[in-house]
Design a protein around this ligand. Structure first.
Ligand SMILES: [Zn+2]
Length: 289
């Protein structure tokens, strides 16, 4: 496969830009959507979505579609949340799309750290690292977007990419934008939505637990102290989950507005370590057969 191709405190939830923005369920204007245009992260010059082709040529298995490794029969779809062009495409991303029993916004701008490191920049970098970890184990990996400068795709299209690939697992990568005094990561699993998530609730819960356990161990981030229960939240309002026909979770790696979480999120070494931990969680789920 080509690689191109709870118990939430209500106040905190309202401030949770990332989740609220994705869900589109809040009545109040999302402060992150109207935030200043995201600035490029100074330490993230890498804009390439792929690694050097010469590396692949020296490993024939990489391009044959039959890579070696424990995950060689597995297809994983990674969805890097948001996109760099969204801030300039308000009308396009605010249009309504199918998101389950109701419609939601196509996509959102996402959160950012206090000093302007944008969520879309983070999710793009983290997702490529996650892809590399999984490909090293032999998995076929598809990203839902090819760069960090374009618009969308819409949340339903992001889910559809996983469906069309008949992915063995799918994961959306995000980082939250809540108030600065709360922190930690959580994994969002789909709740039961009749006619939509019936077929994925159970395996997605297992995927969420495996990703939760490994990410907690490898990233050093604590469980969220403002959303979910021991690092797992269950939601029925996210189009990216409701429209999925394959096991899928969202990983919210931390709160970009919290200084401790943001310090890690901005750190390449942490991103490498934490993406490896997420890959271990996905691999653990896939190894269950
Ligand atoms: Zn997000």
């Amino acid at each position: 496969m080509a690689r191109g191709a709870s118990l939430a405190v209500s106040a905190a939830l309202a401030l949770t830009a990332c989740s609220a923005a994705v869900s589109g369920s809040t009545d109040r204007p999302d402060p992150e959507v109207t935030a200043t245009q995201p600035l490029p992260g100074p330490e993230d010059a890498d804009e390439g979505g792929t690694r050097a082709p010469s590396a692949d040529e020296e490993q024939p298995s990489s391009d044959t579609g039959e890579p070696d490794g424990p995950l060689s029969d597995m297809t994983v779809v990674i969805d890097p949340g948001h996109n760099g062009g969204n801030a300039e495409a308000g009308e396009k991303i605010s249009r309504s799309v199918p998101a389950g029993p109701q419609e939601k916004e196509c996509d959102t701008v996402g959160a950012e750290t206090g000093d302007g490191y944008a969520e879309h920049e983070f999710t793009w970098d983290f997702s490529k690292r996650l892809r590399d970890h999984l490909e090293a184990e032999g998995a076929s990996v598809i990203l839902t977007r090819d760069d960090n400068e374009s618009v969308g795709p819409c949340i339903n299209e992001r889910a559809e990419i996983g469906n069309e690939a008949a992915a063995d697992a799918a994961i959306s990568i995000h980082a939250d934008g809540s108030s600065s005094d709360v922190r930690g990561f959580h994994v969002i699993a789909p709740g039961m939505v009749d006619g939509y998530t019936d077929d994925i609730v159970e395996p997605s819960r297992q995927l969420a637990e495996d990703v939760r356990d490994e990410f907690h161990k490898g990233s050093g981030h604590p469980y969220s102290d403002y959303l979910g229960d021991e690092g797992i939240d269950q939601r029925t309002d996210l189009g990216g989950l409701n429209m999925s026909d394959v096991p899928k979770v969202f990983l919210e790696v931390g709160n970009m507005r919290n200084a401790d979480d943001a310090e890690n999120i901005r750190d390449k070494d942490w991103r490498e370590r934490a993406s490896g931990a997420a890959a271990n969680g996905i691999a653990r789920y896939l190894s269950r057969g």
